[in-house]
Design a protein around this ligand. Structure first.
Ligand code: SER
Length: 613
């Protein structure tokens, strides 16, 4: 058995030996990026550096990034898609390009001391070219030179071989994907490739050559800097190396499968779909809640996704006949599995388990009353059929909305139950009713999931700097226990979540506003310096810390960067915070800051919405 731990280590060691600096996984919840709910790829936190900003750790990086993809949440249950997964990545920021990237990939895949894959079991794809960019001949030539047979190389169009923020602006480019043979026979027949035999090849790695920037008008401009972004799905690689085509068999997932078998007394082979949904969803929910910027189940944004994941898992638990509460048991196991790699999950264990328990209790009640109501509905349909001879095959929007609104029954549940009973739902009229209630519409959430990356407009930059001022002001007024729990910026406002047990008093709010405005009036200069995480901690910088020893980070200072006490607040340092930027040059340009709202975000976390006027 080749373990997940071994592969993580081999990958990091290999790329370190090729001059890459190891960086920590970024948070699952993007910091200051309002257009996506989750980090879906290692690329998100690195966008400014792909666009040309200098990364403090250098031009060659390697990481293991936690990712969440919710785009196909309803399709989870097949053998290879996961909501939470780990992605191994190596990065060139204007350093090496196609040839070297592909050569390193090949060496890692086939090298005896690395993955030791038989090259005959590999197939690759390259970009075939279109009006925006030419056929990727360089990638193809490099594969050929490495010895890959020509008929194992497929040229595919943009929809397959291009990577970047979908439909949005930002860095992007052609990619070359690597696939492993997962067919019935031990070896692929001569001539089999991804284009002709898609189902028998599993994608394991993607080398993206980020050489273009997508413009707002949809055109592609060559970037000044040519980058490489690679992503290797860790669970998939571990699966194929062990001869599994089912990712749930790997050691970061199978103990969870066994636990569900034990709790339910049902076999994985016979109840594959439900067990996969439970395992996948509770693993993802635990990792989101256990993140540095973890969120509790709720009705908006990330909280809504967490709630949906837990609730779907519970419903599949009911399908398996599980009578007891079981979510915390799975949560504990997930934390056990990841505690060595992502130390934050252990730190947040109490929070995660408490929220899982609470959500499960609450939802079990909801489920019971909702199920009763759904059965009533079915009975009504049956009675109508007996009376009129007309079979009703559609649940009206009003009926679905009543289940949702009066009984708290999630729409997705109604949808699943409808499917099981061969009924459809009038989704359009449900949506109309739903939107009227000004809740987060499912559609809106989907748009966000699909969305790309935020632009760094002028106003967003100002709000970003204002957030640093606010963070310090809160710590001065409320105490040092205040820590950032989330931040979200648009061109119109900032939103800042922080740990604090009580509602702020009007006096506290006024004082925080005063301190922020005073810092603006002092027109402090902003500057940054690169240093190790340890040095940043020593200097008392606040913000999110990675846990890789010696990792280089960027620290932004408001005020005197030397940190020397001058005995005069006008000259002293106002704030030091770990952050990627960008920021304004002087605080004076921010205008006037006002707190519009202070409210609860979740247990022990407050939320401020603030504007610059
Ligand atoms: N961004 C690319 C992907 O997610 C490679 O890391 O596939």
């Amino acid at each position: 058995m080749i373990t997940t731990k071994e592969i993580r280590k081999k990958y990091i060691d290999f790329f370190e030996s090729k001059g890459h600096a190891v960086i920590s996984s970024a948070s699952l919840i993007p910091d200051n990026d309002p257009t996506v709910l989750f980090t879906t790829a290692g690329m998100h936190p690195l966008v400014p550096y792909l666009m040309g900003e200098k990364h403090p750790a250098g031009t060659r990086l390697v990481d293991v990034q936690k990712c969440i993809r919710t785009g196909d949440i309803d399709e989870v249950g097949d053998k290879s898609h996961l909501t939470f997964f780990e992605m191994l990545g190596n990065w060139s920021l204007g350093d090496y390009f196609k040839k070297e990237a592909i050569e390193m990939s090949y060496e890692f895949l086939t090298g005896a001391e690395y993955l030791n894959i038989d090259p005959w079991k590999l197939a690759v794809t390259v970009f075939e070219g279109d009006d925006d960019a030419p056929f990727d001949n360089e990638a193809k030539e490099t594969w050929l030179a490495l010895g890959l047979p020509e008929n194992r190389i497929s040229s595919l169009p943009k929809k397959d071989n291009w990577w970047g923020p979908a439909g949005q602006t930002g860095p992007c480019g052609p990619d070359s994907e690597m696939f492993y043979w997962v067919g019935e026979e031990e070896f692929p027949p001569e001539g089999s490739n991804v284009a002709t035999d898609e189902d028998n090849w599993m994608e394991i790695w993607n080398d993206v050559f980020m050489q273009y920037g997508k413009q707002t008008d949809g055109t592609f401009l060559a970037l000044d800097q040519q980058n490489v972004d690679t992503g290797m799905g860790l669970e998939r690689v571990v699966a194929v190396l062990n001869g599994y085509t089912d990712v749930y068999k790997v050691d970061s997932l199978y103990p969870l499968v066994e636990l569900v078998e034990e709790i339910s007394g049902k076999k994985y082979e016979e109840h594959t779909l439900s067990i996969r949904v439970i395992v996948d969803h509770l693993r993802a929910a635990t990792m989101i809640m256990g993140d540095n910027l973890g969120v509790a189940p709720g009705n908006m944004d990330q909280g809504y996704v967490v709630r949906k994941l837990i609730r779907r898992a519970i419903r599949h638990g009911k399908k398996l006949g599980i009578e007891i509460t079981f979510c915390t048991k799975l949560g504990e196991k997930v934390i056990d599995i990841f505690t060595d790699v992502y130390t934050e999950v252990e730190k947040n264990k109490d929070f995660v388990l408490k929220e899982l328990q609470k959500e499960e209790e609450q939802f079990s009640k909801t489920l019971e009353s909702g199920m009763k109501e759904f059965e009533k509905l079915l009975k009504g349909f049956q009675m109508a059929f007996e009376k009129t001879g007309n079979k009703i095959t559609e649940i009206s929007g009003k009926q679905a909305f009543k289940l949702y609104d009066t009984y708290g029954f999630p729409y997705e549940m109604t949808e699943e139950l409808a499917k099981e009973n061969h009924l459809t739902i009038d989704k359009k009229s449900f949506d109309e009713a739903f939107e009227k209630h000004q809740e987060l519409s499912r559609k809106g959430a989907e748009q966000k999931f699909a969305g790309g990356l935020a632009d760094h407009g002028e106003m967003s930059t100002k709000y970003h700097t204002a957030t640093h001022l606010l963070h310090v002001a809160l710590r001065r007024v409320l105490g040092e226990h205040v820590e950032q729990k989330g931040s979200n910026i648009t061109g119109d406002r900032l939103r800042f979540d922080f740990s604090h047990p009580d509602k702020m008093t009007p006096e506290e709010i006024a004082e925080v506003e005063y301190l922020v405005n005073e810092a603006i009036a002092r027109d402090y200069p902003m500057s940054f310096r690169e240093m190790t995480v340890e040095e940043a901690k020593k200097q008392g910088a606040i913000g999110l810390f990675g846990d890789k020893y010696g990792e280089m980070v960027k620290v932004y200072t408001v005020g005197d960067p030397s940190g020397m006490p001058h005995g005069n607040p006008e000259e002293d340092t106002f704030s030091k915070e770990i952050c990627g930027g960008p920021h304004v040059e002087r605080t004076g340009v921010l205008g006037k800051f006002r707190i519009k709202k202070e409210e609860s975000s979740s247990a022990g976390v407050r939320r401020i919405k603030g504007v610059l006027e």
